[in-house]
Each structure stands twice: as C-alpha cells, then as structure tokens.
Write a protein that binds this ligand. Structure first.
Ligand code: NAD
Length: 478
C-alpha cells in the first residue's frame, strides 16, 4: 500500500480509504494508494510551513542546488528500477520509460546547477538611492500533475520550485503516481530537510481541490486538461493566488512542397505514436501542401501501417492507453470518424500476445479531415493523426492557428525565409523547424497560449515563475 509522504515520513491517510493502482498493459490492479482528503492536505501544508521556518528557509541557493544534484545522481544510479516502475504504472514501452527517467534526472541536474545563478538586479534610480531587486520564493507551492509523464513532470515541476527555495506540496495523478512517490525517498536520501517536499495522493476533486483552495498555497502549478485547468484557475483566482497552467494541444505539422519528406515522415510518426499519443505536445494534425498531398500521405500511411502497440517489455512504437475511460474516449473519436465518412488512411496493429485486459488502441490515420470536424479541432489524446491539405502559405497559417489550442507547431520546408516567416505567425509557445521536440527539452521554455494555458515551465526562465520579486529602495545620502 502506498502512503502519503508528509513531513519527511510515510504516513497513512486520514480516511483509511484506498484507490487501486492498475497496470494499463493488463488492466489488473497490482497495488493500492491512499485516497487523500482535505485533512491530509492540511497536514502536508502544515509540514511545508514548518519546513520554511526551519533550516530550509535559511539555506543558501548553492546548498539547495547541491541537494538537487544529489537527487539527479541517485536517480541515475536507480534508473533501471525507476524505469520499470514507470513502465508498469503507465504502460509505456521500456525504452521510453528509460528515457523519461533520464529526463527526470536531467531536470534535477539542470535546476540544481541553476539554483545559484538566478541573480537579482540593481536598478538605476535617483541620486543617493540604491535599488535592488531580489527573487524570493512564494513559500508553499501546490503542484498538480497528469498521468502521461509522471517522472518527467515531477522533475519539471518540483525541481525549479526547490531550486528557488519553495516548499512544494504535490498531488500526482491518481492514475500514475509511483515514480513521484519513489522520488520522495530519493529526496530524503539526498538530504532534503523534512517537510520541504510533501506528496498527497488521491482524487482531483478531493485532494486536488483542497490543495488549490488552501490559503497558504500562494502558487499552484497545474498540468492537465483545459477543463480542470479552468477549475484550478477559478479556485486560485478566488483567493488571488497565482497559477501556472500547462494544458493540452492540437499541434500542427505543416509540410510544404519543398520539405525533406523522408526526414519529416520519421518525425511525424514518432510525434503521434510516442506515449500512445497521450502527449500534450503530440503532433496530431498533419497539414500538407496540396501539390504533394497524395504522394506524401501515401508515404506516411505506409509507415503508419507498420506501427505496433504492445506491452512495455515488447518495446514497440507505443504502449496501451492509461485506463479504460481513455480507451473508450479514443475509440469514440475513431467511431465518429467512420460514421461521419472521414476516410481511414492507415491503421497500425496491436501486437499478438498482449494481455486481453490491456487498454490498447492501434495508431490510426484519417484524412482528408474536414476543417470543422472534431478530429480537426479537438485533442484526442491518443495515437490518432488527422491529415488536412492546404492551398498555400496563408492558408497553412490560417489552418494551423484555427483551433482553441496553441502549444506547439512544426514547419517542414527548406526555404529559410519561409521558415521564420511562418514561425512568427504561429499562435503557440514553441515552433520547431525541420524537427520535432515533443517531450524532453529540459532547457527549452515550454508552455502555451490560448486554451493551452499560460506561464512557462522548463528552461532557466521557469525559475522566475516560482519567485516573486522584492524591490528594496535604500537611501544612502548623508
Ligand atoms: P486531468 O485534467 O484530468 O487531471 C490532471 C490532474 O488534475 C490530476 O492529478 C487530477 O487528479 C487533477 N484534478 C482533477 N480534478 C481536479 C480538481 N477539481 N481540482 C484540482 N485537481 C484536479 O488531466 P489528465 O487526464 O491527467 O491529463 C491529460 C491532459 O493533460 C490532456 O489534456 C493533456 O494535453 C494535458 N497535458 C498537458 C501538458 C502540458 O505541459 N501542456 C502535459 C501533459 C498533459
């Protein structure tokens, strides 16, 4: 049974109730976790407040950074064990789980080495005045994570919060929280003082809602769906606390007639099959210039047909979806596409021998998808690619920007002027040119516009999200 991690100890939940931990590759439960409630969250916040009043509140940035660097080393030392845990909890292929653990370690390293490089500023002002700007932590920070990349998300959200001296309280997803819990032991072993990091597991409407509503939590960072993101923004807005929202996407891959089509094909396939399409930055819309449409779509479809979903140990293109509800949701999109006459271009396979209870859906490609169709606008969060032809550059830009989302875009062309011209017109937070960087990219500022959220994580700039600025004005005349 997995307990909460509060005040540096593993503790039972207040209610004694539990939730099942299910292996998505078999559909079978293999453990339980505590179903946290508001009293558990209250305890976690009290522990975090106490930690801020203790040695953590006085620790130098360099020492905080060293703890994170030790967390990185310990993560790498246990990489195989953590990878297996991540794969079992999420169903992802082993090679991907291994990569995710490396990325989590890299977050600890990156923010560990960055902790003492976030300088304040001196502001030129009136004669006989000295003005300095200092970065200060918020104090207790709330972190709510989704299930798709639990290890990476832990690193991405918790490492910058610790680097800047906050005391995070984390509510991981009820569908995947084993690696975030394992990182608690690693943090303790790395020397993180008791109560600095607290994890309460449980449901969003219970533990999650209690965390976002608590007056001591001055910043909430949320990664998940736009629907829940809006609830979190309301909850923090009511008490005038800050929130950072990293929400979904419907990211376009724009392929012009002069693109390196072979290279593009490889990236396009990976960007939608990786993590079975359950990636916020999945390249789920393929926009293709009409002059190469038929030839290129045939090429991508041929590769799609060869893609296979399997168990983590089979290590194929993707694993199962996270749970039965997600499988039903994705299958609903597939059914609707067929019923509304959207042509099926290609479908991969589910490997022979996968356990019958697993939540497998083969990678699937539809097109041409009518521009107003749900498949052209809504996030599926599954391995489903929608192909849409475009007329010219202006049409491609219009189409790319024609969803409520704005997370990522990719542009495939050899024309240098067009690369930057189109990149500048994209309404999103990251643009890739002749490449696609879903996931990873620890150094690269990441986040959305429109319904994809606001605020930036990853990169050095994320440190600023976890700090407030204090300006000190000092008169030093005689
Ligand atoms: P979700 O919104 O259902 O849940 C996310 C988290 O919010 C979970 O921990 C859940 O328990 C919690 N939650 C649910 N209701 C809550 C409430 N009322 N108050 C507080 N917390 C609550 O999302 P999901 O299904 O876990 O993940 C899929 C979504 O996440 C997709 O839309 C995807 O695009 C998005 N996502 C975005 C990014 C990004 O960085 N932009 C990364 C990963 C996933």
């Amino acid at each position: 049974m997995k307990q909460h991690f509060i005040g540096g100890r593993w503790v039972d939940g207040d209610s004694g109730q539990t939730l099942a931990v299910i292996d998505p590759s078999t559909g079978e439960a293999f453990d339980t976790l505590s179903r946290g409630n508001a009293r558990d969250v209250e305890r976690a916040i009290a522990a975090a407040c106490a930690a801020l009043d203790g040695p953590w509140g006085r620790m130098t940035a360099t020492e905080r950074g060293r703890i994170l660097q030790r967390m990185s080393a310990l993560t790498l030392a246990r990489a195989e064990e953590l990878s297996k845990l991540e794969a079992r909890d999420t169903g992802k292929p082993m090679s991907q789980a291994r990569n995710d653990i490396q990325v989590a370690a890299r977050y600890f390293e990156y923010y560990g080495t960055a902790a003492d490089k976030l300088h304040g500023e001196v502001v030129p002002y009136l004669e006989d005045f000295q003005v300095v700007m200092l970065h200060e932590p918020y104090g207790v920070t709330g972190h709510i994570l989704p299930w798709n990349y639990p290890a990476q998300m832990f690193g991405r959200s918790i490492a910058p919060a610790l680097a800047t001296g906050n005391a995070p309280v984390l509510k991981p997803s009820e569908d995947a929280c084993l690696t975030p819990l394992a990182f608690c032991d690693i943090a303790a072993e790395a020397g993180l003082p008791e109560g600095v990091l607290n994890v309460v597991t449980g449901l969003g409407e219970e533990a999650g809602a209690a965390l976002t509503a608590h007056p001591e939590v001055r910043l909430v960072t949320f990664t998940g769906s736009p629907e829940v993101g809006a609830i979190v923004q309301q909850a923090t807005g009511k008490r005038v606390a800050k929130c950072v929202l990293e929400l979904g996407g419907k990211s376009p891959q724009i392929v012009f007639e002069d693109a390196d089509l072979e290279r593009a094909t490889t990236f396009i396939l990976k960007a939608i099959t990786q993590n079975a399409g359950q990636t916020c930055s999945a390249g789920s819309r393929l926009l293709v210039h009409k002059s190469i449409h038929d030839r290129f779509v045939q090429q991508v479809a041929a590769r799609f047909e060869q893609s296979v979903a399997g168990t983590p140990e089979m290590d194929r293109d993707c694993g199962p979806l996270i749970n039965a509800a997600q499988k039903a949701r994705v299958e609903g999109f597939l059914r609707e596409a067929r019923e509304t006459g959207v042509p099926l271009l290609a479908q991969g396979k589910v490997a022979a021998g996968v356990p019958p209870g697993g939540y497998y859906v083969p990678p699937t490609m539809f097109g041409p998808v009518p521009r107003g169709h749900r498949l052209a606008c809504e996030e599926v969060f599954g391995p489903v690619l929608s192909v849409i032809p475009f007329e010219d550059e202006d049409d491609a830009v219009r189409l790319a920007n024609a969803t409520d989302y704005g997370l990522i875009a990719a542009i495939w062309t050899r024309d240098g002027a067009r690369q930057i011209r189109v990149a500048k017109r994209m309404q999103c937070g990251q643009v890739y040119v002749n490449c696609y960087g879903a996931g990873g990219g620890v150094e690269l500022p990441f986040g959305g516009v429109k319904r994809s959220g606001h605020g930036r994580e990853k990169g050095f700039i994320a440190l600023q999200e976890f700090c407030t600025i204090k300006t000190i004005v000092q008169y030093h005349g005689k």
